[in-house]
Design a protein around this ligand. Sequence first.
Ligand code: DX5
Ligand code: ZN
Length: 244
Amino acid sequence: MSRPRDRDRAASASMPIAPATHTGRAVMLAPSILAADFARLGEQVTEAEAAGADRIHVDVMDGHFVPNISMGTPIVASLRRVTRLPLEAHLMISNPDLFIDQFAQEGIDSFIVHWEGNNDLMRTVRHIKSLGKRAGVAINPATPAAILEEILQDLDQVLVMTVSPGFGHQHFLPETLPKIRRARQLIERLRPDCQLSVDGGIDAATAPRAVDAGANVLVAGSAIFNEAESVKQAMQRLRMAAHT
Ligand code: DX5
Ligand code: ZN
């Protein structure tokens, strides 16, 4: 459990603070701009940075790998000019190999590519690393954690999808919790420095469950960018929930 004093400090801080949870791991927040107001994107990202976001999560969708279209390299180039935070591209596209160099040039610091549909994941991951970028692999809800075993040594990050990819504002799938635990066990055994992200339906109610299962990076869209509260308030709420 985090101590009350830590929680108070986290609530009042404007700079990043990441006290350890009862799991002993600090938890990072990665706001997903898919839920942002695109007419005010720079402003909202600046607000997230001031409120202590650890990185910005950029969901790239091609209408083919997932049934939705989102954003591409011009958004990354614009974001690069307004924030110093690391930019993370979650590539939900059929052929990520064709676009990685371009995204890297525009300012992406880390890539998350899906296991599903990739014919040679090792090649994709090693290409990302050859560009000096961080590499992560995402797995969909129906994909077992076991597939990570042969690739984990090369990864900086694993992302467990806690909804089916393609859309924001979906409900967290509790069936993914045992898999988050299995992914955490594999990471502890094979690559303890590897981060474990969860993505989809993460809010103040589901964040503690995901953290308890072993996640240490929370990707959140609608729980951070919404009409009900400011980005700063939303992030404080999420952070406090994650640390209880
Ligand atoms: C979904 C995306 C998520 C999405 C999460 O395919 O990968 O990053 O933005 O949105 P929320 O937090 O609203 O579920
Ligand atoms: Zn995502």
